[in-house]
Ligand binder design. Structure first.
Ligand code: LLP
Length: 405
């Protein structure tokens, strides 16, 4: 299965649909999922695509057709998944800091829910008792992840119920006879080190004796994918074999079958995505060669927000000599995509492509500076489909109440 798009396909898409443009490749999503399946025990593992990475319904449909489940971080994501046709039992809602009403709504939809506070667990117990199996998100006090902004398991993180509050957690569970079916840990995003996931298994090991109704251990998401050309992602084969071993050990130790759940976001969709922009202005300042493009932090905020690296190529002239560029956006902010970055020699009008644009790219886009959100297209079976159109001027006014004259 071909899992990357050619310069020719990207140039054709840019000419046909205009720029800035998000382009996704369905086959890459499927091959990522199949790679996961091939390395984990099929009977004892379930994968839920963390759709916060990219929620377009056509992407969700690709994920569903591939046979993957879906993990949501808001009630609306869960409703989108239902809209696409995911069965409720294949939808997981990992809530954080949400109102109890939202948890009740999720329960009324019949989906799996992970609760992440003692407060909501108490309210859940009082209302539902043992009538609905529930998951509990635990904060393991493990520092992991690509940078502090995307680390969620450490001892100052807002996420989950701190493991140090086990006694309170148990007291609530016993008071209402709550059927805790899942223990959940998500330590962060961009975790390369397989040992971090095994540390989570060790934390589960310290908890399992106290939770006899637990039959699912949810390890969250966070597998690292390569962003730089010479970078390595999480070793999925090693992760699969280590997790399989840990799950067998824990199932035997506690005398019950245990299933592992995972919630990969970036792993599923980061590499399927390409963001194409056009160079509007070249500007020289001393040694610095700026390449100004027709987009900015309103469309791809990761470089500015997390100092993330996105590889950039000049698809109009990929074989030209490399020159160092500062690639900058058109937003009235310092929206620098890359500094001193070697890119094949650029002329005004050239198309640049940003790789790894599938996860948290369009999904974190905004209309800042009253600019239009870009269009999104999907390549599947060598056919392209427009899956969301570019905004129009009318869209900028849609939600605004007209001025009375
Ligand atoms: N499960 C939970 C409970 C999560 O909080 C997340 C991500 C995931 C799964 C999926 O993590 P992934 O496999 O995508 O690393 N906007 C940031 C990433 C924020 C991640 C938030 N939670 C970025 O662009 O790097």
């Amino acid at each position: 299965m071909k899992s990357s798009l050619s310069y020719e396909q990207l140039n054709k898409a840019a000419n046909e649909y205009g720029t800035p443009l998000y382009v996704y490749h369905a086959e890459k999503i499927v091959s990522q999922f199949q790679n996961l399946l091939s390395h984990f025990s099929s009977k004892h593992t379930r994968f839920f695509y963390a759709c916060k990475a990219l929620t377009n319904i056509h992407i969700l449909d690709v994920v569903k057709r591939a046979g993957c489940n879906v993990d949501c971080s808001s009630i609306n994501e869960a409703k989108l998944a239902l809209h696409v046709g995911f069965a409720p039992e294949n939808i997981l809602y990992t809530s954080n800091s949400v109102s109890f009403e939202e948890i009740c709504e999720a329960i009324s939809l019949g989906i799996h829910v992970n609760i992440d506070s003692l407060s909501n667990l108490e309210k859940f117990g009082a209302k539902y008792g043992n009538t609905y199996p529930i998951g509990v998100r635990v904060r393991p006090n493990i520092m992991a992840g690509g940078n502090l902004k995307i680390s969620t398991g450490h001892d100052k993180s807002k996420f989950g119920i701190p493991v140090t509050q086990l006694a309170e957690l148990k007291a609530i569970q016993e008071k209402y006879h709550i059927n805790i079916a899942t223990l959940h840990i998500h330590t962060g995003s961009e975790i390369k080190d397989v040992a971090v996931f095994i540390q989570s298994a060790d934390v589960f090991d310290t908890l399992l004796a106290q939770f006899p109704t637990v039959n699912v251990l949810d390890f969250g998401g966070g597998f690292k994918v390569p962003y730089k050309p010479d970078e390595k992602g999480t070793d999925i084969a090693l992760l699969g074999s280590e997790v399989n071993k840990a799950m067998t050990r824990l199932s035997e130790k506690y005398g019950r079958p245990l299933t592992a759940w995972f919630e990969p976001g970036k792993y599923m969709v980061s590499e399927c995505g390409y963001f194409i922009a056009q160079v509007t202005v070249l500007k020289k300042s001393g040694d610095i060669q700026f390449a100004g493009i027709n987009t900015g932090l309103n469309h791809l905020i990761r470089p500015m927000f997390y100092d993330s690296y996105h590889h950039i190529d000049n698809i109009s002239n990929p074989n030209a000599q490399m020159q160092p560029y500062a690639v900058v956006g058109n937003i009235c902010e310092t929206d620098t995509f890359a500094w001193d970055r070697p890119i094949p020699n650029i002329a005004e009008g050239d198309f640049l492509v940003f790789y790894n644009a599938g996860a948290y790219g369009y999904e974190m886009a905004s209309n800042y500076n009253a600019r239009y959100k870009p269009a999104q297209i999907l390549f599947e079976n060598d056919k392209t489909t427009l899956i969301s159109r570019r905004d129009t001027f009318e869209d900028l006014l849609t939600l605004q109440i007209p001025i009375k004259k």
